[in-house]
Design a protein around this ligand. Structure first.
Ligand SMILES: NC(=O)c1ccc[n+]([C@@H]2O[C@H](COP(=O)([O-])OP(=O)(O)OC[C@H]3O[C@@H](n4cnc5c(N)ncnc54)[C@H](OP(=O)(O)O)[C@@H]3O)[C@@H](O)[C@H]2O)c1
Length: 275
């Protein structure tokens, strides 16, 4: 099996590392990446071939790929998909991880399949914890055949959990929750650190306590059978310190309406970018 990866930056190289560590993935990889000199770590993998651009890959590709993974920035996508002849044929499936680009956009640009139907395009939205294989990716496979969907899920599983969605319209809200979501947690950590300093802690101690708390609470959510709401109740005693803080955070104009506004703003921006 031949997999081509177009764009091997932050997300692409996280995926490539996962693929090379997946003993169940028996594949050769063509990587198209202008800065491929930064991918020296692949040198010991004889099943990886690096190219600076599509033209060089097309000239050297010895057979069409089963799947082309598109991992360039959305604004570079047009340029990235113009010259795929040689690495893709009418049976090749395309897996996009680009934020905000609908499958219809690709269908209008990629060559048709042998039977005249649109190219097979799967769309996904991963998130940054993919860098440590702890991401979560939503996969929209439209009506792709089961083996193609399974291959896409296997490729994405290399960087974390995969959830399937059967309505592409959900992708904007997915982007708002999990795509952009790590930034909300990073902001929480930043603001907790600042608040800790304001409450009298030395900077280094405030940072250490916050970072370990956010990471530990995240691990606890992942490991526990209880939902976050129950975990919160479990650590809140009546009249205690946590209750005092939660009274502020759960006020009518506290975190819940703020988060709702933030996520709706992100979802609406995603809709805007994709239109
Ligand atoms: N990072 C995230 O948290 C995240 C989360 C969800 C989805 N995504 C999606 O993942 C995609 C990649 O994001 P990223 O953060 O990995 O970006 P990135 O680090 O900038 O990686 C993209 C790479 O593709 C290269 N490139 C540009 N044009 C190309 C072409 N025509 N052919 C081959 N390679 C080309 C870029 O080179 P230059 O730098 O020279 O342009 C860059 O090295 C984006 O579409 C983004 O929406 C990212």
């Amino acid at each position: 099996m031949l997999i081509t990866l177009i764009g091997c930056g932050k997300m692409g190289s996280a995926m490539l590392k996962g693929w090379l560590n997946d003993p169940e993935l028996d594949a050769d990889f063509v990587i198209v990446e202008p800065h491929h000199d930064a991918l020296g770590w692949t040198a010991s993998h004889t099943n990886v071939k690096l190219f600076a651009d599509c033209a060089a890959a097309c000239a050297a590709a010895y057979r069409p790929s089963q799947m082309v993974v598109l991992a360039v920035k959305p604004q570079m996508m047009d340029e990235a998909i113009v010259s795929l002849a040689g690495i893709a044929d009418s049976d090749t499936a395309f897996l996009s991880i680009a934020a905000g680009i609908p499958t219809a956009w690709f269908a209008a640009r990629l060559p048709k399949r042998g039977d005249g139907s649109d190219a097979l395009i799967l769309r996904s939205m991963p998130n940054t914890p993919a860098a440590i294989s702890r991401g979560v990716t939503a996969l929209y496979a439209a009506d792709a055949p089961a083996p193609i969907t399974a291959l896409a899920a296997q490729l994405l599983a290399a960087v974390g959990a995969v959830v399937n969605i059967d309505d592409e319209g959900l992708m904007d809200a997915v982007t708002a929750v999990s795509g952009s979501g790590p930034a909300y947690v990073f902001l929480l950590a930043e603001t907790m650190t600042e608040a800790g300093i304001a409450a009298g802690l030395p900077i280094a101690l405030a940072k250490k306590l916050t970072e370990a708390t956010v990471a530990g609470a995240g691990e606890l959510i992942a490991a526990s059978d209880d939902p976050p709401s129950q975990l919160r109740v479990n650590v809140t005693s009546k009249g205690g310190t946590t209750a005092a803080a939660l009274e502020v955070l759960m006020d009518d104009d506290g975190l819940a309406p703020l988060m709702k506004r933030a996520i709706i703003a992100a979802r609406d921006r995603s809709i805007e970018l994709g239109s």
